[in-house]
Design a protein around this ligand. Structure first.
Ligand SMILES: [Zn+2]
Length: 71
């Protein structure tokens, strides 16, 4: 059975293992308010941040130790 990350209209986010027919027939209910008006969210998507891994090596690193104002 697939595992769903679900968000309720009340704001509750939870995950639930359920069959596809359970989901399509709205048989999954919010544990907080009992509503079946849920939307699927994807919490496990890896968010990769870019821009902070800028390891520009100083060309004079063996002379200056990497502390010269290169760049
Ligand atoms: Zn709810």
């Amino acid at each position: 059975m697939p595992f769903y990350d679900l968000k309720c209209k009340c704001g509750e986010v939870f995950n639930k293992m359920a069959s596809i027919s359970d989901k399509e027939n709205r048989r999954i209910k919010c544990p907080k308010c009992g509503s079946n008006e849920l939307e699927t969210v994807y919490l496990s998507v890896n968010v990769v941040k870019s821009g902070n891994s800028d390891n520009v090596r100083c060309p004079n690193i063996d002379r200056c130790g990497g502390c010269c104002p290169h760049g």
